[in-house]
Design a protein around this ligand. Sequence first.
Ligand code: MG
Length: 399
Amino acid sequence: MKVTVGSASDIGQVREGNEDSMLVIAPLYAVADGMGGHRGGEVASHLALDTVQRLFEQQEGTLADQVVEANRAVYERSQQDRSVAGMGTTLTAVLVDGNRVHLAHVGDSRAYLFRGGELTLLTEDHTLVHRMVVEGEITEAEAETHPHRSILTRALGVDASVEVDEGDVEVAPGDRVLLCTDGLTGMVTEPQIREILSESEEPQDAVERLVKSANRAGGIDNITAVILGFEEDGDAALPHQPTVESTSPQQPPRRSDITIVGAPIPEPPPRSSASGVPRAAAPAPATPPRHRARSIGIGLGVLFGVVVVGAVGFRLYLDAQWFVGVSNGRVAIFRGIPAEVGGFELHSVVVETSIPARDAESLALYRTLPDGITADDRAGANEIVEQIRRDVAALQPTS
Ligand code: MG
């Protein structure tokens, strides 16, 4: 199979820097969307992809293993370097091996398969709103405008370990695979993406049109897209990667509970009856800029810092504060302090766990959870969460 590649990463219309990164080194392709402030986001997405590339070149482990290591690299850097503390990144990667495409994914960047004029989502968004839709708490339409739609339930670099979705797709001549960050999918609807792919002969032409469409729709986020076009080809142009076998029965111990993403995986029940076209992005002018929850603290730190001890000092102070509290009915880790001033909260959600807050609060020990349980540092907050998890599990063995 011959692979033709198109790729583009664009700053968009609003952001001051590009925190997205991409990797295009045949047969490995990936996109990453960094977060955690200007510098942090850039460092996280680059470091993650650099790590995957290095391990791939050393032929170490499967693609998913390499993503697990990328998580470790980003997490350790964020622990060591105060200027990038709390950074994280999404990562969606594919490795082409003949007519098989291996996929590894964490976060809300996406992989699509375009085949016979149909667009199929191959990945699942690791976002809070996606989980709420799956659990029937909100509808797809509500998810699109939900105030917490940017909160990730999984990202690289946030914890010492991460669960990586992985899977295989078999491709045929004529197929295309699109990798993209949410700067594209937040701005351009799936029907529009499908149309552009249908109309563009060359992958590079297609990515450029996709980026242009996202910018025309407002370009409120960085936009990154990589398209692989598969064509019949006599010679085996792609090296076989003997180290990669994601269906290996040997499961690395550090990667627990792996979700296998088969191909193709449809999105949760779309509201519209048209198959494969579940989501329509909100019209750009009416859409406020998307911000990662984590970035909220930055603006607030500056705003209130003037009043307290100077902008920088207060920001540093807030950044160094951690507590465990409740977000959307779930136990969550916050950075900042559990307070608000003049209607502005002095904290932001860093990670929302799957633990129902109700279960935790039913234990006397955690009755004050809604007020926030402060921790010395991020690790301390993690420990509190793990303790809550154990205590809740002990109370309700089935939960
Ligand atoms: Mg983004």
